[in-house]
Ligand binder design. Structure first.
Ligand SMILES: [Zn+2]
Length: 133
């Protein structure tokens, strides 16, 4: 048993790093192995980000057309099929965006409340595990 000089927590002798992030070999404070379980490396993050941003662009594009459609409907009242189609497409893209960010696809259903839902999805941090809610 050895104890950490930083946080005084006891660790098994074979441990190379304390839960607080203190590394017994380099004797420096590093990133804790505990918090990195869900976090992405910089390389992974840039990959995930570029993929997610493509879906975000698709979301914004459909949202734009949806808004355009709403204005059109207010004046005319026709073409409901187009409105439904673009709404489904928007929610679908939101689901893809959620999954690309590392969330369960059900998060994409927030797209049903359009702007608010998309804002919520954008504000969520990138994660590793796509299967978890
Ligand atoms: Zn420690």
């Amino acid at each position: 048993m050895k104890s950490c000089p930083k946080c005084k927590l006891g660790s098994p002798d074979e441990a190379t790093r304390c839960d607080c992030g203190y590394d017994f070999e380099t004797k420096k404070l590093e990133k804790s192995y505990l918090v990195s379980a869900d976090a992405l490396s910089l390389e992974e993050l840039s990959k995930v980000k570029s993929k997610a941003n493509n879906w975000l662009a698709a979301c914004l594009l459909t949202l734009f057309f949806h808004t355009l459609y709403l204005f059109y409907v207010l004046g005319d009242g026709s073409a409901p099929v187009f409105g439904i189609l673009i709404s489904i497409l928007f929610v679908f893209f939101c689901c893809q965006y959620a999954v690309a960010k590392g969330y369960n696809w059900v998060w994409g259903l927030w797209g049903l409340v359009t702007f608010l839902g998309l804002a919520l999805l954008v504000s969520k941090p990138y994660r590793k595990a796509p299967s978890r809610i």
